[in-house]
Design a protein. Sequence first.
Length: 150
Amino acid sequence: MLADDHAEMRQEMKRILAERKDYQVIGEAEDGLEVLNLLALHPIHPHLLILDVTMPHLSGIEVARKIKTDYPEVKVLILTIHQEEEYLNQAIAVGVQGYLLKEDANAEIFLAIEKILNGEFYLSPLLRNRHNAQNLPSPLFPKEGNPSLC
């Protein structure tokens, strides 16, 4: 399932995901409330939800928090333009399985999905490199600065 308030982004992600026959987009939403309504109405829940952070009605972080409570089997990949540490830490705190920057999506989406479906955490290369270079502490990285989950 894809959730992004920009129809062009949803269409682009559907086009990219269609390259792989083993992936199927079973729904799409343009805002946070629509995501929750689709999940409530759909008898089969997706294995993975690709979710933007900035959406009308409910943010992607708020939606992810609700999904992790009500549908813990659904894995969440955040797909966003936001590189700020604040958004990343919020996403990690609510239990998402990945954080992919939109600028990396074309090159990294399949790697991100595979890692998440295999039980690993995925983090965009730019953010991974920034954490390593700046030795930034976060819930994802121990104080030594080495990634513990990616």
